[in-house]
Design a protein around this ligand. Structure first.
Ligand code: NAP
Length: 548
């Protein structure tokens, strides 16, 4: 029988997080293996290949900061990088750092089991691969476990069905076809204009109207790019200490300090700049005060009226059931404009709900919509879904859902009591998903690497988050969220898009800058909140750590 390989660390996932984690641990002298379900690197960008897929973060910020030579060489062409560009970026980084040999691709992990006596994890995959490791680091993404709604009759549909979250590698023939699109979140908003260009007819099935912000996408000015590149290190340095991982100025004034005319001017200017400039650039109180929020919400609704020709369609597209910004704001190009095309129509599922999928199409309460293709852009089981699907079993065989009956409880979003030597990059309670994610990922990866080096230097074999530390952190995550309007919406931030999921705020929205300082403080203090086991455990306990 073949011997089971054993590593210091197994990293699950080969997106931004997995690539950098494997690299850092390898550089720190750990024996590390990366496992990835996809056939190559890319993570979410490997799977989300739908037409129109591109990042909402701007190109110069959506990259690693630890490759100063490479960032000078990499070509920046468009304001927002497309999915093929990001994939090619990650592939090039992986090749350049000679990381491909450290990964096993096509390896979907289905079981991660802790063995207390040996203090090791056993990781198994769908295809029968098995390995053990002292540490497991999940780099599985916060928005990667697709949510495909169970709609009665879906299996009877005679046409083709696709999910934006796992789009085929070959182009999908859509020319002239009758296409139905379910979902108008970020993915639906991006795919719709592309579907409409090709298809004979597109019917959009909208459950909740969105406040879509224009990306104002386009080519980058080469002179601007040269300027950025000349100042890249300084930009990177400032970026690290921003709340959202992007160095744009924060608003300085409350909506109440301005006249109606001035408020409109602020919104117009932010809208003109587009993307994050609108999301984070209007008023200090846009997501904390309902009246200030209404200024922004009314502005977007007025824009919908301006853009959409048919008043009835415009009316259906206007969000009214939650404050602006409390569901992740989709950033789009020509989303509202697409409804002016003669081949696009909107079905408001609040008024006319889906009853079933039939052999011919989608049957709503009022009619049957005949379709040849159905596209699901129905989102993800955010932050916890990809973790729970790994089949993790910690001390005593407990699963993550066992440990989290009332929602996830983590220390710094990175560690879970009862799951020693497991680290969760961009896990629940981390700010990753509400930031420009690569910046948060770099912070997580570097912090985890330093913690593992700290433990190794002291002969510690297990590192486990203490119960009270996780309780306190998770309470803090909720407290920070409760000072905003975010918890009032039925969003994936709240787990509200998944039936039965506990309703708690999942990411940390205290800001990446604040979070970084807190993590740095924990490291500087010798990692309070963790307990260590091994050779120097007594010394560590004297220094105020717990014992396992
Ligand atoms: P999403 O924002 O959760 O949107 C899912 C959509 O599907 C919503 O409109 C939702 O309606 C609808 N839906 C779900 N189940 C349904 C059902 N049973 N019947 C009818 N409609 C249903 O998912 P997403 O668009 O994939 O985006 C998720 C996140 O991924 C984004 O918020 C963003 O953070 C990230 N993302 C980023 C980019 C980018 O950077 N450009 C692109 C794509 C995604 P309700 O609103 O009523 O639930």
């Amino acid at each position: 029988m073949a011997e089971i390989p054993d590593f210091d660390a197994i990293v699950i996932g080969a997106g931004f997080a997995g690539i950098y984690m494997v690299y850092r641990l390898r550089e720190s002298g750990f024996a590390v293996r990366g496992l990835e379900a996809g056939g190559g690197v890319g993570g979410t960008w490997y799977w989300n290949r739908y037409p129109g897929a591109r990042c909402d973060s701007e190109s110069m910020y959506y990259s690693f900061s630890f490759l100063p030579d490479f960032e000078q060489e990499w070509t920046l062409e468009e304001r927002y990088p497309t999915q093929p560009v990001i994939l090619s970026y990650l592939q090039t980084v992986a090749e350049r750092l000679d990381l491909l040999k450290d990964f096993r691709f096509g390896t979907r992990v289905t079981s991660v089991a802790w063995d207390d006596p040996s203090a090791r994890w056993t990781v198994r995959s769908e295809d029968g691969y098995e390995a053990t490791a002292r540490f497991v680091i999940t780099a599985v993404g916060a928005l990667s476990a697709a949510n495909l709604p169970a709609i009665a009759g879906a299996d009877t549909f005679a046409g083709e069905q696709y999910s934006t979250a796992s789009w085929p590698h070959q182009p999908v023939p859509l020319v002239g076809k009758r296409v139905g699109l379910i979902g108008t979140g970020s993915s639906g908003v991006q795919v719709l204009p592309e579907l409409a260009k090709q298809a004979g007819a597109v019917t959009v099935f909208q459950r909740t109207a969105q406040f879509v912000t224009p990306a104002q996408a386009g080519p980058l000015d080469p002179q601007m790019v040269s300027m950025w590149k000349a100042n890249y290190q300084e930009i990177r340095r400032r970026t690290k200490f921003t709340a959202g991982g992007i160095p744009i100025p924060s608003p300085t004034r409350s909506a109440f300090e301005l006249s109606e005319h001035e408020r409109r001017a602020v919104c117009e200017e932010a809208w003109r700049r587009g993307g994050i400039w609108f999301l984070a650039g209007t008023f200090t109180d846009a997501v904390t005060d309902l009246e200030a929020n209404k200024v922004v919400a009314d502005f977007v609704r007025s824009k919908i009226d301006e853009i959409v020709d048919d008043p009835e369609t415009a009316d259906k597209l206007k969000p009214r059931t939650y404050p602006w910004g409390t569901k992740r704001v989709p950033i789009g190009s020509n989303f509202y404009e697409t409804f002016n095309r003669p081949n696009v129509r909107l079905v408001d599922l609040r008024a006319d709900p889906i009853e079933a999928i039939t052999v011919r199409g989608i049957k709503t309460a009022s009619s049957e919509h005949e379709l040849e293709v159905i596209v699901y852009a129905t989102g993800f089981d955010a932050l916890t879904g990809a973790l729970t699907r790994l089949g993790v079993r910690g001390t005593g065989g407990a699963t993550l859902p066992d440990a989290w009956p009332d929602g996830p409880r983590t220390y710094l979003g990175l560690s879970v009591p009862g799951f020693p030597n497991l680290f969760t990059i961009t896990g629940p309670g981390s700010p990753g998903v509400v930031t420009n994610v690569p910046v948060a990922i770099e912070q997580h990866v570097e912090w985890i690497d330093e913690l593992l080096c700290f433990a190794r230097a002291r002969g510690a074999t297990t590192i486990e988050a203490m119960d009270d530390a996780a309780t306190a952190w998770s309470r803090h995550v909720q407290e920070v969220a409760s000072q905003t309007l975010y918890p009032t919406a039925d969003s994936w931030y709240m787990g509200a898009n998944i039936p039965g999921k506990p309703r708690v705020f999942l990411p940390y929205i205290g800001g990446l800058d604040v979070y970084r300082r807190k993590c740095d403080g924990v490291a500087a203090g010798g990692y309070p909140g963790y307990c260590f086991d091994g050779a120097d455990a007594p010394a560590l306990q004297e220094a105020g750590h717990g014992a396992r």
